[in-house]
Structures are given as C-alpha cells and as structure tokens.
Design a binder for this molecule. Structure first.
Ligand code: FAD
Ligand code: NAP
Length: 532
C-alpha cells in the first residue's frame, strides 16, 4: 500500500487520536494520523492560558490501557496543570512510537465517500489527498474556538487572544490594561493569574457562573500508593460512576428537601471542602428537582457573598440559575480576585458588547480602553470541528445538511448515510459529561473491536441503520428531558453559538452506556450493517 492508500485515517492527535492509532496499528491496519497542530496533545496543546488545568483528578485523568504506563507516570498535583498533561501526552506518543504515524500541520478540509469502493477520499488544506477505508474523527468536542462576531473587532489596535488558541511562548501582561470577555471555566481559571500580573483587569460577564474551589494540592504519595496498589479495581469502580470518576468520594442518594436546614448546611459544607464536582454529590436530587437544586445554588451564592467584599460586585457574581446544568467550574481563588484593587467586573447581560474600536470596546454607552483583550468565549462544542470539514457521505449527502437541525448519531459512534466514518466521543455519547480520557478509551477500543470483527468476516465496512439511529436519538433526548440539563443556555445545547440548533448533545449516564455498548457487541452489533 502506498502511504496515501490506507486502511484507516485518524484525524486529530489528542488523547483520542493517539490511542486509536495505537490500537489500529496493533490490529494490523495501515493507519495514518492527520493533525493540524505541530505536535500531539489536542486540548492540552492549544489551551496554554495561565491557570489551565484539569478538573477531573489527575490520577484518573489519564489512560488506563497500559498498566506499566499507569504505574510509571507520577502526577504532581491533585489537578494537573496544562504543561504536565501536555508532557504526559508527549510521553505516551514517544513510549508507543506514535509520532511516526502522524502527519502534523495537516488540516483535513474535505472527505468524500466513494460508494462503489466503500472508501473515503480525504483532502487536506494543502491539497494533499488520502484514500482510506475507515475514517475516524478524533477531532475533539472542544477544539474549535468560538470568537463572537463583534462589530469593529478588526479595528482594535491592541493584542487579542483566545484561551483555546493561546500562544506557545506565553503572554506577559505586566503593566498592561487587560479585558477578559467571558466567565466560563477558562476565564475562571485564568482571571486570578492575569489579575496578579496586569496593571488593570476588567472582566465582562454576560452570565454569572457557579464555581466551587478545586481544593487543589500536591498529590499525597500515600494516597497514590493506595490507589496504585489495586489500580485495576479502582478503575473498574470508577467506570461504574455516573461520570466515570471519583469512586471513593461520597455520593448521597437522599433528598435535600428531606434534610433539616442544619443537615443541609453541614452536608453542603462537607462537599464544598471535597472540592470541584464532588460538591454535587451532596444530595441525590440536585440534577432532577429545581426546588432541590435551589438549596445547593443558594449555598454557593452565600459563599460568594461571604468572599467578595463589595456587596454590589458580590451580587453581580451570584448566578441565578440552576447549578450543574452548565458545566460546573472549579477554581483556585476566583471570587477572591474581585477583592483586588486592580480588578473590576462589568455586567453585559442587559447591555451586550456593542462594538470594538481602536482603543477598546463599548457597552451600554460606556467606553473601556485596553492594551490586550482575552476572549474566554468558549467553543463551537461537540459538532464544530466536524461540521467545519466538508464531509459528504452516500448519495452526496453532506454532514452539514444531515445535521442541520442538530446532530444525529447511533451511539455517538456513527451517523447513518456515512459508512465507515466513526466519531470518537461524538454527540449522543457520554463524552463531555464523563471523564473524557475514559470516554476516548472506551470508543477507541470499541471501534478497533468492530473493525476486527468486520475484517474477520471479510466485510469491507459498516454503516449505521437509520432506525437504530432514530431510536438512539430518542433515547438521548428522553434521558436529558428527565433532568434539569436542558433548562440552561449551555454549550451542551449549542446555546452559546448564535444560530446553532438547540439540541442537548451528550448522552447522560456513562455506566449504562457502557453496558449498552457491551450488549450490542455481544449480540454481533445490531443496528450496524456490515458492507460487502
Ligand atoms: P482534542 O484534545 O480536542 O484533540 C482533537 C485534535 O483534533 C486537536 O489536536 C485538533 O487540532 C485536531 N483537529 C480537529 N479538527 C481537525 C482537522 N480538521 N484536521 C486536522 N486536525 C484536526 N475533560 C475532562 O474529562 N476533564 C478535564 O479536566 C478537562 N479539562 C479541559 C480543559 C480545557 C481547557 C478544555 C478545552 C477541555 C477540557 N476537557 C476536560 C475536555 C478535553 O477536550 C478532553 O478531556 C480531551 O482532551 C479530548 O481529547 P480528544 O483527543 O478527544 O480531543
Ligand atoms: P464557556 O464555558 O462556553 O464560557 C464562555 C464564556 O464566554 C461564557 O461566560 C459566555 O457567556 C461568554 N460569552 C460568549 N459569547 C459572549 C458574548 N458575545 N458576549 C459576552 N460574553 C460572551 O467556555 P470555556 O470557559 O472555554 O469552557 C468550555 C468548556 O471547556 C468547559 O465547560 C469545560 O468543559 C472545558 N474546560 C474545562 C476546564 C477545567 O476546569 N478543566 C477549564 C476550561 C475549559 P454566557 O454564559 O452568557 O454564554
């Protein structure tokens, strides 16, 4: 086979692409990775903003497929910072000789399915072409930065940055007047660091956000030794959790509505001290009942009021929505930052940012001047990277046409009409609602197993059946409707990107999804049709 005639092309070299390449090479396929960056790491390559770190504990936010790797790698902090996670991805690439499979600085722009040959024709930005049987999109859920189309942005004469496209050499904000737009996870992590360096920092907040102190700290060697003594069991138990992490943390099933005020306070305080996501394990009905959820939200609002000295700023920072239906943020010193003299908060909820000019921006008739602006405005999540490629399946159907009213998949792995095209952690899978390293391993192993099964019976490929897809889309929708998730304007729903269809994209429930995948595999993949 020539280097352009392949069994499989894997697009993306983040955690998903790296493991997929490893497994497909092991299965004996001629495989190539195409990655637009000049190195591996994905999210952790691109998001180099100050303060960037994971919010799933590092002992779990890593691969579990290799015992040796798990035992050899030692994390330094409970929540690893971006440079350490990037170094880990690089180590994995070296240890498993993956770089030799990847062509870097190569952006995939187009893919066309050839029905007669049962193969994909892939075209890159430089016009290079590849011919492959299987095309696997490991392109990430949070990999297409979203910068709102602000009027006059091109007129701004200062420096601009997006947290998800941060310069490799870092940014020095010393002595500068900085504006940060957004108060999501990326902003909440970076604001304390930018504030500590800049002369002045102005934060533009459209929606106040819930954030719980991460309670980050150096890892405790004894704790690590305990987990590593029986890592397999720890990982097994983690996969039984709703979000595939934290098996040893308490998750209470009782209702907050049945607790006394003192019991509530005590339980919420204990979970606040556990940090980050563990806060939502305080009671069993926080995701289901708005009344129950209010108690958790109010507890956090009172923490904000107790932290931020200026009462007006504190009230502006208090979110009025449902806690946990947008991705919960984990911070280190976020709310405290508003007690600094060089930091101010500007509410743009009622008066959106009107325009940029040479010196800054205008909102509500007020003008703000800056040297630098940081867009912490998030991503075109889950579908953005897929739909930015021009993908055409059977009968010339484009993915953009097919997903015009929202993404439709069977199990988040395939979409009907696009044979031999797999989406890793695609919409319709738990993806962003679970430990994503576990999610990408799950999909990589499933795809590799399915390809082995197809090859075992001499099949040239596979496609998802439309009825199986319809049923799965219904299942995903029903699951989300049973929760409070659809009630917020979150990126899970595409609500952060103007014009994007409002559809809840991930599947809620990692453990039963895993059980479903297993049953389907054991039954010889119902819902998938092998191709001759
Ligand atoms: P990515 O890491 O996004 O990799 C996708 C790769 O595909 C990128 O390198 C991109 O350049 C490449 N690509 C995309 N399109 C093309 C194209 N057309 N041609 C060529 N290459 C292309 N998840 C957690 O579970 N826990 C966390 O704590 C956590 N923290 C996060 C923090 C930040 C700042 C962000 C942005 C996300 C975080 N996530 C977290 C989610 C994170 O994206 C996943 O955990 C994980 O890194 C995803 O890996 P991936 O390989 O699927 O995708
Ligand atoms: P995000 O959560 O989507 O936040 C974007 C912010 O920008 C929001 O506050 C949003 O306001 C604001 N915004 C967008 N458009 C705006 C406009 N036109 N005017 C004013 N404000 C605007 O994005 P993110 O912070 O980059 O995080 C995305 C996801 O990445 C996270 O949810 C998480 O999954 C992952 N992440 C994780 C970590 C971590 O802790 N490990 C860190 C960073 C990112 P609205 O809320 O009003 O839309």
């Amino acid at each position: 086979m020539s280097s352009k005639q392949l069994d499989a092309v894997v697009v993306g070299a983040g955690f998903a692409g790296l493991y997929m390449l490893h497994l497909l090479r092991q299965a004996g396929l001629a495989v190539k990775g195409l990655e637009r960056a000049d190195d591996v790491g994905g999210t952790w390559y691109w998001n180099r903003y100050p303060g960037c770190r994971c919010d799933v504990e590092s002992i779990e936010y890593c691969y579990q497929f290799s015992d040796e790797l798990q035992h050899d790698w030692a994390w330094t902090e409970r929540y690893a910072a971006q440079p350490e996670i990037l170094a880990y991805a690089q180590r994995v690439a070296e240890r498993f000789h993956l770089r030799e499979l990847i062509q870097f600085e190569t952006q995939v722009e187009r893919a066309r399915y050839n029905e007669a040959a049962c193969r994909w024709h892939v075209t890159t930005g430089s016009g290079e072409e590849f011919d492959t049987r299987f095309l696997i999109m490991a392109t990430g859920c949070l990999s297409t930065a979203n910068t709102p189309d602000f009027a006059g942005l091109g007129d701004f004469s200062g420096r601009t940055y997006h947290t998800g496209l941060w310069p490799r050499q870092g940014v020095d904000f010393s002595g500068r007047r900085v504006g940060v737009i957004g108060t999501g996870s990326s902003a909440i992590q970076s604001i304390p660091h930018i504030a500590a360096q800049a002369a002045e920092l102005t934060v533009f907040q459209r929606t106040a956000n819930f954030s719980i102190p991460a309670q980050n700290r150096p890892v405790d060697p004894q704790e690590v030794a305990r987990v590593k003594a029986d890592y397999a069991d720890y990982r097994r138990r983690a996969r039984l959790q709703p979000a595939a992490f934290g098996p040893d943390y308490p998750r209470h099933a009782d209702s907050v509505l049945e607790a006394t005020p003192a019991q509530r306070q005590q339980r919420f305080e204990a979970h606040w001290q556990l940090g980050g996501f563990m806060f939502l394990g305080a009671f069993g009905d926080l995701h289901q009942s708005e009344e129950a959820n209010w108690h958790a939200a109010e507890f956090v609002r009172n923490k904000i009021r107790a932290t931020v000295q200026d009462p007006a700023t504190a009230e502006l920072l208090c979110p009025d929505g449902i806690i946990g239906c947008k991705r919960l943020c984990a911070d280190t010193g976020y709310f405290e930052t508003y007690n600094r003299d060089n930091v101010r908060l500007v509410d743009v909820s009622k008066h959106p940012i009107e325009l940029f000019n040479a010196t800054g921006l205008v909102t509500g008739g007020r003008e703000f001047e800056f040297d630098d602006v940081v867009f912490a405005t998030g991503f075109d999540a889950m579908t953005g990277s897929l739909l930015r490629m021009d993908i055409q399946g059977e009968n010339g159907l484009s993915l953009n046409e097919k997903w015009a009213s929202g993404p439709r998949t069977y199990l988040g792995l395939m979409t009907a009409g696009f044979p031999n095209l797999f989406t890793m952690t695609g919409p319709g899978s738990p993806s962003v609602l679970a430990n994503m390293v576990t999610g990408v391993e799950q999909h990589a192993e499933y795809i590799a197993d399915m390809i082995r099964w197809l090859r075992g019976q001499g099949a040239g490929g596979v496609k998802a059946q439309p009825e199986a897809e319809d049923n799965w889309v219904q299942t995903v929708n029903t699951r989300s409707e049973q929760t409070l998730y659809p009630r917020c304007n979150s990126w899970y729903l595409g609500a952060n990107v103007p014009g994007k269809p409002r559809v809840f994209m991930p599947y809620i429930g990692f453990p039963d999804y895993e059980a479903t995948l297993q049953t389907i595999r054991e039954d010889n993949y119902p819902g998938f049709t092998p191709l001759a």
